[in-house]
Design a binder for this molecule. Structure first.
Ligand code: CA
Length: 228
């Protein structure tokens, strides 16, 4: 999952980037409204964290312009504690949630997980796919109850496939959602990581759909509708 942080307070921006990175997300950040607007308009993000008070273009305007351009990614706005009117304006401009400053990082991370869940159609923080279970809160994967040791890139890839289980995910989509903008992107590396994951969980759970991408599903429960 890839997240955009738009926050002009340097310390807070750095704290957000580091907490989100530690939680297993690919993170891009912007320090003003114009740069934030541009990134959100051109790159696919799974969640955006958007400050309201920003230089060059305020957060409400950024959000309004994204929504006008049919950018539908979940957006969590950061508001000042005593500015209830910002929360109302933000929600009306198309925000999905808000966090008032100052906030506990744990609360923000929980709200990010909730937005990712909602956007991918999951109600629970644990996602099961046959014998493989993803605990999104602990950023941990187990197979038959045993923890699977994963590098951060392997975790990101498996977490993305599990959030979208049953659906074919293209290599381009994976590259766009697993790496931040500064990463040297090469879709061949996806293949390498898929190969490694297949050694850590039942190899037939990640199916290669020729010319289209990859699909993760529990083989014990084939979905008839996929055979059409
Ligand atoms: Ca600010």
């Amino acid at each position: 999952m890839r997240i955009l942080v738009v926050e002009d307070d340097k310390d807070l921006n750095r704290q957000l980037v580091s907490a989100l990175t530690d939680s297993g997300y690919a993170v891009d950040s912007a320090a003003d409204g114009e740069e934030g607007y541009f990134l959100g308009d051109t790159e696919p993000y799974d969640v955006v964290i958007l400050d309201i008070g920003l230089p060059k273009m305020d957060g409400i305007s950024v959000l309004e312009q994204w929504r006008r351009a049919n950018r539908v990614m979940p957006v969590i706005i950061l508001t000042a504690r005593d500015r209830w009117s910002d929360k109302v304006a933000g929600m009306d401009a198309g925000a999905d949630d808000y966090v008032a400053k100052p906030f506990h990082m744990e609360e923000l991370l929980a709200r990010v997980r909730a937005q990712v869940r909602r956007a991918t159609g999951h109600a629970k923080s644990e996602i099961e796919c046959g014998p493989v279970r993803l605990d999104t809160k602990a950023a941990r994967v187990t197979y038959d109850g045993q923890q699977v040791k994963l590098t951060s890139h392997e975790y990101r890839l498996l977490a993305y496939l599990m959030h979208h289980n049953g659906r074919v995910v293209s290599r381009t989509e994976l590259v766009e959602h697993l790496y931040d903008q500064d990463f040297d992107r090469d879709s061949n590396t996806i293949e390498v990581f898929i190969g490694r994951l297949r050694k850590k969980i039942p190899s037939d759970m990640i199916e290669t759909v020729r010319g289209l991408g990859y699909r993760m599903q529990a083989k014990a429960e084939p979905q008839k509708s996929d055979e059409v």
